[in-house]
Design a protein around this ligand. Structure first.
Ligand SMILES: Nc1ncnc2c1ncn2[C@@H]1O[C@H](COP(=O)(O)O)[C@@H](OP(=O)(O)O)[C@H]1O
Ligand SMILES: [Mg+2]
Length: 273
């Protein structure tokens, strides 16, 4: 079985138990993700697209500063793991390994797409991991699409099973596993930027699955996976194992998010690739 979230776990695998979080943790996650998204839209308007390197650097830095500042004000006792964090808030920090509450954030996911005029496939990820519970509260903002998705709202799985499944893949590095799934299921690949935008396309019903392999980190998937699991979607490693967060090494290289009834055929199709 791959379609049900697992039970609460001492190791902190995601458990899709948003009720375990204080309601204001989810509200805070949504407020932070939306606020960082508004800031990122303002930076795009201010700098324009002529110098994409400068735009990417400013977006990463200023969104990260905004999120770390708000978290230190609102939750001063919590630890943080951020893609852009330095020292304790970054990947080398060790305080988070002994902490009971860790915010796992990606201030700008889909940095490449953020720097391309007209693209809306980029995101802000804010997730809360709690010891013994896993991911308990999260929000993913899609600022250029004007939405923020969160673990305390339900994004139901559509009833109809697609005849030709649509599988979201990286625009720049679609994995061999997705090509295998395309062939085995007669699927259509849909290239898209940002892990958050791809998972949110699954829960919005725009695509039926997201297959990723070859490299990624906890911040790329934590908030999107929490939102998907909380609404009953399937989210695991591509061998069907649970996704685990706040590990000593935050490298988490592969991911399958899909409608529950596609999990078995997709896991079988990518097996061995
Ligand atoms: N092979 C790889 N190694 C490390 N990170 C990867 C990766 N493939 C994708 N990612 C990260 O996953 C996110 C989504 O990638 P993609 O748009 O290609 O699907 C991006 O995050 P960032 O934009 O936050 O860096 C990207 O850096
Ligand atoms: Mg990212």
């Amino acid at each position: 079985m791959h379609d049900a979230p697992g039970p609460a776990s001492e190791t902190g695998a995601p458990t899709a138990t948003p009720q375990a979080a204080a309601p204001d943790d989810t509200a805070l996650a949504a407020s932070l993700a939306t606020g960082a998204g508004e800031l990122l839209l303002a930076i795009r308007a201010e700098l324009g697209f002529a110098d994409s390197r400068a735009l990417k650097a400013a977006g990463d830095l200023r969104a990260n500063d905004f999120l770390l500042g708000r978290l230190s004000e609102e939750r001063p006792g919590d630890a943080v793991l951020s893609e852009e964090g330095k020292g304790e808030a970054g990947r080398v920090g060790t305080e988070r390994l002994g902490a009971d509450r860790v915010w796992i954030i990606d201030p700008l996911d889909g940095t490449r797409e953020y720097s391309e005029e007209g693209r809306d496939d980029w995101a802000v990820h804010v997730a809360l991991w709690q010891r013994g519970l896993g991911l308990t509260a999260a929000a993913v903002a899609l600022p250029a699409q004007g939405v923020t998705l969160r673990t305390d709202e339900v994004y139901p799985v559509p009833a109809a099973v697609p005849a030709k499944p649509r599988i979201a893949v990286s625009r720049t590095r679609p994995p061999a596993q997705a090509l295998a799934a395309e062939a085995a299921l007669g699927a259509e690949l849909v290239p898209m930027g940002s892990a958050g935008a791809k998972v949110m396309a699954v829960v919005a019903g725009t695509v039926d699955a997201y297959v990723h392999a070859g490299g990624q980190f906890e911040w790329d998937s934590a908030a999107p996976v929490a939102v998907a699991l909380a609404s009953g979607w399937h989210a695991t490693r591509i061998d069907g194992a649970p996704l685990r967060y706040n590990e000593a090494d935050p490298y988490l290289p592969d991911l399958l998010v899909c409608r529950p009834d596609l999990a078995e055929p997709l896991l079988a199709a990518v097996d061995g690739h």
